[in-house]
Design a protein around this ligand. Structure first.
Ligand code: FES
Length: 61
């Protein structure tokens, strides 16, 4: 499933970015070699990143 339709960024790519330490949407765009275009995905991407990182933190407790 795509998180960013403009750049073709999928959930698994956002998930991997979070697992590699990304905590901001702009870092996901950088990793993918692109930039936000319309910006509609940024909030959803940030929420996705936060959820993954929170889950990792909980799992580590
Ligand atoms: S949907 Fe991601 S920049 Fe447009």
């Amino acid at each position: 499933m795509y998180v960013c339709n403009c750049n073709g960024i999928r959930e698994r790519e956002v998930h991997q970015a979070a697992m590699d330490g990304a905590d901001r949407a702009c870092e996901v765009f950088q990793r993918q070699g692109c930039k936000a275009q319309c910006g509609r995905c940024v909030q959803e991407m940030q929420t996705f990143l936060n959820n993954v990182r929170n889950n990792v933190a909980l799992a580590a407790e």
